[in-house]
Design a binder for this molecule. Structure first.
Ligand code: C2E
Ligand code: MN
Ligand code: MN
Length: 405
């Protein structure tokens, strides 16, 4: 079995492109020793490289390639397996798109492989090569902005900070994490995340509740989230809360209980957003549909949480369209390095733009992720890069500011 990996990268100023064939010569020996072959295309600024060989060796080489300072913006585009190599058994051919006719190059690239011409040109490997040669990927992939040109300035917001003892007798507490619009310096919403009385995770909290009481505890806990928002004085900011959809289905009169909690704490339904996860919605959609109707007719907002982590995918949006969709961390982490994640994200954005659904990227930890996502069109962000959850308080927010040289 042959493992195939394709990546694209950008030449850095530290490397002189006229040294390219020399570089390829040097890597020939190294690659041959690893049993790795392939081709390298260069268009004057970017590389596309196909590596093929034994899986472990390809991984080992790719790690080295990732740390090579002669290029940056390395994005993995494809990983696949094949019965045999697409290209010659050993070595690495270089194709400089600036010096050759693309058609001729394409033909020699394909005949460099051992397959029949028609079958060969059907393979995804060659389709990646063709679209790289046409430069079409430049239109669909936003340029990776320079994360290094931003610094983050901590803003200790002026909300009240209630005393810890106020919360001592509660069955649960809440941590608050802001969702922000960094380039406008605006807060989109505060998300209330449940904590146990000792500050433990949502898992710890729910583990201490008897199985038959989970939904009731979930719904009733929200009183403390709204009360915290009142103590802090969130004003007209939005407050996002998490609920199991079944908490709105199984507890009689659940939406009215929620509405009472909201108004009792001086909030209005229009500033509250109920987050439910993709999986929970899809597994109980018919039962939940009525609750959605009640929530919306009371003015409460809806968000799909952890989108992309479950089974439903975009087809969920054929059933109903929330005001907000939160993209799961599994798609966000290292998005700047990963072509398939980028493609999925672009599809989600396209779909949500057409449906006027706000998109939030969750779990953003790195400036590179944020820059890529901004360039792709996302405006709302949640993650440690901007703010960690604050127990019983609004934590400081780190706003990005462009460095002036
Ligand atoms: P969630 O609603 O997706 O909340 C975001 C989770 O990601 C939070 O974990 C938050 O602390 C964490 N997080 C935020 N930014 C980052 C980041 O940059 N990196 C990483 N690694 N993590 C980040 P938490 O508080 O442990 O909550 C876990 C889940 O528990 C929540 O995921 C939510 O689904 C559920 N949950 C929280 N509160 C409640 C609640 O009151 N009721 C119900 N039913 N579920 C809740
Ligand atoms: Mn959530
Ligand atoms: Mn989530």
């Amino acid at each position: 079995m042959i493992s195939t990996l394709i990546y694209r990268s950008r030449l850095t100023s530290s490397f002189d492109p006229s040294k390219l064939s020399e570089l390829v010569c040097v890597s020939q020996t190294r690659n041959a020793a690893l049993g790795i072959s392939g081709i390298l295309l260069f268009d004057g600024s970017h590389f596309l490289q196909v590596l093929e060989g034994p899986l472990d060796n390809v991984n080992q080489l790719y790690e080295k390639i990732n740390n090579d300072p002669r290029h940056d913006s390395v994005v993995e585009l494809m990983r696949d397996y094949a019965p045999k190599r697409h290209f010659q058994t050993h070595g690495m051919s270089l194709f400089d798109l600036r010096t050759g006719n693309p058609r001729t190059i394409l033909r020699s690239v394909i005949t460099a492989g051992a397959l029949n011409f028609r079958l060969a040109s059907d393979a995804r490997v060659y389709k990646f090569i063709k679209s790289f040669m046409r430069g079409r990927w430049r239109d669909v992939n936003p340029r990776q902005s320079e994360a290094a040109s931003w610094e983050f300035i901590t803003d200790n917001l002026t909300f009240s900070q209630p005393q810890a003892m106020v919360f001592a007798d509660q069955p649960c507490q809440f941590a608050i994490q802001p969702i922000v619009e960094p380039l406008r310096g605006q807060i989109s919403s505060f998300e209330a995340l449940i904590r146990s009385p000792t500050g433990g995770s949502p898992h710890d909290y729910f583990a201490s509740i008897p199985a038959g009481k989970i939904h009731e505890a979930d719904l009733l806990s929200k009183e403390y989230a709204f009360a915290l928002a009142k103590k802090i004085g969130i004003g007209s900011n939005k407050l996002s809360i998490n609920l199991l959809p079944m908490s709105l289905v199984k507890i009689p009169d659940a939406v009215n209980i929620l509405l009472d909690q909201i108004t009792r704490n001086g909030l209005v339904p229009e500033q509250v957003i109920v987050e439910v996860t993709e999986d929970e919605v899809i597994s109980s959609y018919d039962a939940f549909a009525f609750a959605i109707m009640q929530l919306r007719s009371a003015g409460i907002g809806l968000a799909i949480d952890d989108f992309g982590a479950g089974f439903a995918g975009l087809s969920l949006l054929t059933k109903f369209q929330p005001g907000e969709l939160k993209i799961d961390r599994s798609i966000i982490t290292d998005i700047h390095l990963h072509g398939p994640q980028q493609a999925i994200l672009n599809a989600i954005i396209k779909c949500c733009t057409e449906l006027e659904i706000d998109v939030v990227a969750e779990g953003v930890e790195k400036a590179e992720e944020w820059c890529w996502l901004e360039a792709a069109g996302i405006k709302h962000f949640q993650g440690y890069l901007f703010a960690r959850p604050g127990l019983n308080r609004i934590p400081p927010i780190r706003w990005p500011v462009k460095i002036r040289y």
